[in-house]
Ligand binder design. Structure first.
Ligand code: NAD
Ligand code: FES
Length: 295
């Protein structure tokens, strides 16, 4: 069992929890994820790691309640425990494997949208701890939905907040902010965009136009996170990939977002999964037994 050291609602329907998970905390790196199960029979929920404390053996997760599984997670209180907390899974962010001298030459822009702010944070922090500054754009629909502002300010060299309705910071979506910063004279060698699929799609269209290579995290398409269910199947540069085993981070300019979003909708129903199995072949269409694919 994995004890919940801290549980807090950050804003409407978005929760932060600090979990005692020594082995995960010892081994995880930015970009990786964990699979959480509230109870033995609960749904598996893949969540990108938001922070970790190797000394205290804790891992921080931030999640939005979007269904029964995440609702159950949110109802757990401090002092209670999760049945499973498996990880670290997935490949770490490319930064972790790039020589520091090479990274120091790069001007890096992070773009975080909504709940996607949580997985951006450990990457910016990791870079800052190694003396590598980065600019960060955080976008939210409105001021009350903004999360982790103070934490992000502490690790970013420059933090640009933008709200769709102009209630705080700049006005408009993150894509407008990227264009404005470039128009103001900023130059970036790489962009990391993490947030809702539609945001990542439009960020990639924007950065392609501006000639900035872009990395995205395809966590939103993951279902069981084990390589079994097929929920996270994607086409990247014409090749079939699975976000949970080959990612979750990919070259955003090569991801077929329209196909991924369409497939995500089809995958939600049993009929849809049968359709995908017929169309794509027999593998990875609900075999995990946890996504309802076998029923
Ligand atoms: P949201 O809908 O509030 O959007 C956040 C910001 O994204 C907006 O303020 C805007 O700036 C930008 N955005 C949205 N649509 C855009 C568009 N069409 N063009 C340009 N920019 C756009 O976000 P939310 O409700 O917090 O997002 C929840 C989603 O984030 C969930 O679907 C979840 O799966 C996903 N998520 C992704 C990751 C990841 O690793 N990629 C991690 C956590 C959550
Ligand atoms: Fe990748 Fe199930 S989430 S195969």
């Amino acid at each position: 069992m994995y004890r919940i050291v801290k549980a807090k609602e950050l804003t409407n329907n978005i929760y932060l929890m600090v979990i005692e998970a020594k082995r995960v905390a010892k081994n995880c790196l930015p970009g990786q994820f964990v699979i959480v199960r509230a109870e033995e029979e609960s749904e598996r929920i893949p969540l990108t790691i938001c922070d970790y404390d190797r000394e205290n053996g804790t891992v921080t997760i931030v999640f939005q309640v979007v269904g029964a599984g995440s609702l159950l997670l949110s109802q757990k209180k401090e002092g209670e425990a999760f049945h499973d907390f498996v990880g670290p899974l997935g490949r770490p962010s490319d930064f972790c494997e790039t020589p520091l001298e090479e990274l120091k030459q790069k001007k890096i822009l992070f773009v975080a949208g909504g709940v996607g702010t949580a997985p951006v944070y450990p990457q910016v922090k990791w870079l800052k701890e190694r003396g590598i500054p980065s600019d960060v754009i955080v976008g939210a629909k409105t001021k009350s939905l903004l999360i982790m502002e103070d934490e992000m300010r502490a690790v970013a060299q420059n933090l640009y907040i933008t709200t769709d309705d102009g209630s705080y910071g700049r006005t408009g979506m993150v894509t407008k902010c990227i264009e404005d910063l470039v128009a103001e004279g900023k130059k970036y060698d790489i962009c990391v965009a993490i947030g809702p699929m539609i945001m990542m799609k439009f960020c990639c269209l924007t950065t392609k136009k501006l000639g900035i290579p872009t990395v995205v995290s395809m966590n939103p398409v993951m279902v069981d996170g084990t390589g079994m269910c097929g929920g996270c199947r994607l086409t990247v540069g014409g090749e079939v990939k699975f976000a949970c085993v080959d990612g979750p981070e990919f070259d955003g300019h090569l991801v077929d977002f329209d196909q991924a979003m369409k497939r995500q909708t089809i995958y939600k129903t049993e009929e849809g999964r049968r359709y995908l199995a017929a169309k794509e072949g027999a593998t990875h269409h609900g075999g995990c037994g946890h996504c309802g694919g076998e029923q």
